[in-house]
Design a protein around this ligand. Structure first.
Ligand SMILES: [Zn+2]
Length: 84
């Protein structure tokens, strides 16, 4: 069942991250997939292409960034041992 909602999304543009909120959308009640109408899609596309340069940000937030580098246990590879 689809219902109307105001949603937000995160958009990466090269190395920059932009958050957009107050997006009018239709949301699927079972899988939470978001659907935008043509005008909304077009507006988002245009803003993304110009890296949101024509709009003042409503606000800015600090986003914590985490890394999995060194966090995932390595498995021993038996074949490498044979070469040593
Ligand atoms: Zn669905």
């Amino acid at each position: 069942m689809m219902h109307s909602a105001s949603v937000r999304t995160a958009i990466w543009r090269d190395e920059s991250l932009f958050l957009v909120e107050d997006i009018p959308a239709q949301v699927c009640g079972s899988c939470m997939e978001q659907y935008y109408d043509e005008e909304t899609t077009e507006t988002l596309r245009r803003l993304t292409e110009e890296c949101f340069a024509s709009l003042e940000p409503k606000r800015k937030i600090v986003v914590p960034v985490f890394s999995l580098e060194g966090q995932i246990p390595r498995r021993e590879c038996p074949e490498e041992d044979e070469e040593a």
